[in-house]
Ligand binder design. Structure first.
Ligand SMILES: Cc1ncc(COP(=O)(O)O)c(C=O)c1O
Length: 347
């Protein structure tokens, strides 16, 4: 398989391995792209319309908004701005497990040390352990709610406690999947000058191919990140696409309703198959399929269904993660899973 910029591309089939929107984006997005003029392409972008649209959408001051090339870039730039740029040599970051790869990767990119916190039983969030790990060297704490890959939420009071326990550290609350369930920390943000909330248009809005994310926070948290972010990091096509996506207010609730029903169908299939799984507030469900995860993932792929193998992560042994999207896609995945788990296709 070709390396595809470091991330394998599984090729044709049903893509349930990256938590994308399986139904595509709003048609209004393509209409907006078609309306672009030649000069929109020939000039460097001006971001004020999109920043204003985001500020309105997230109900914050425009100065609290930083557009990033996907939230991935926001995660890396937060580490660059708060650790590398500040020349902190003995910095630590706190990373509760299981974790999204860019947290440890960004930590090592800026020469910091990751302090990893194992999950509680049933993947209950280890709030007390995170607080106990805070030291004067802690510069960033990566929190992800709902969590990729478990789908579990971190309760708002726990987020508050962690932010209060580490006033000298940036607390990055990654809400990449919050549109699918759970409460956002955004209404709390005015009380916390050390918190950055990360959002993305890749998931609920179906714009993963456009690469647009947002960091939201008070100037003391955001400005050091702004200082290291490249000035034209979002392209003009992505900008037009995101404005159009925000204008289509019916798209997201319609999709989120299907995702919720898809999760229920996946839980039902897991119960029928006797597979351990975890209730999720996101657009995916983590399922423990046992020792032969690689065989199960390969057998599903042979049936045209790509899911994520989570078994290499010691925090999620024996697990796969299945994206919950359009009902027809979920039903196809369930049919493939049932047939594979019945042993017909696993060898
Ligand atoms: C937890 C989490 N954060 C951030 C992202 C990054 O999203 P993007 O860079 O597409 O905005 C993802 C994508 O998979 C994710 O799972």
């Amino acid at each position: 398989m070709m390396r595809n910029q470091g991330y394998p591309d599984p090729g044709a089939g049903l893509r349930l391995h990256l938590n994308e929107n399986t139904g595509g984006c709003s048609p209004r997005v393509l209409e907006a792209i078609q309306r672009l003029r030649t000069t929109d392409v020939s000039t460097y972008p001006s971001y004020s319309d999109l920043i204003r649209a985001c500020a309105r959408h997230f109900d914050v001051d425009p100065d609290w908004v930083l557009l990033t090339n996907g939230l991935d870039e926001g995660i890396l730039m937060a580490a660059v701005g708060h650790i590398a740029r500040a020349r902190v040599h003995d910095a630590e970051t706190i990373i509760p497990l299981p974790a999204f790869d860019p947290y440890p990767n960004s930590t090592s990119a800026v020469g910091a040390t990751a302090v990893r916190i194992p999950p509680g039983p049933g993947f209950v969030f280890p709030t007390d352990e995170v607080i106990a790990a805070v030291t004067p060297r802690t510069r960033m704490i990566f929190l992800n709610t709902p969590s990729n890959p478990t789908g579990r939420l971190i309760p708002i009071p726990d987020l508050r406690r962690i932010a209060q326990a580490a006033p000298h550290s940036i607390v990055l609350i990654d809400e990449a999947y919050i549109e699918f369930g759970g409460a956002s920390f955004l209404p709390e943000l005015s009380a916390f000058s050390n918190v950055l909330v990360g959002r993305t248009f890749s998931k609920a809005y179906g714009l993963a191919g456009m690469r647009v994310g947002v960091l939201i926070g008070q100037p003391p948290s955001l400005d050091p990140v702004r200082a290291v972010t490249l000035p034209f990091n979002i392209n003009a096509v992505a900008m037009a696409a995101t404005i159009a996506a925000l204008e289509d207010s019916e798209f997201l609730p319609r999709y989120a309703t299907q995702v919720a029903e898809s999760r229920e169908r996946l839980y039902g299939a897991c119960r029928r198959l006797g597979l351990e799984h975890w209730e999720s507030a996101a657009n995916f469900v983590m399922v423990r399929v046992g020792d032969r995860v690689g065989d199960v993932v390969d057998a599903l792929a042979k049936r045209g269904v790509h899911v994520r193998d989570r078994s290499k992560d010691p925090a999620t042994p024996g697990c796969i993660r299945i994206t919950a999207g359009l009902l027809a896609h979920t039903d196809a995945a369930i049919e493939a899973l049932e047939s594979v788990m019945a042993g017909r296709a696993v060898r």
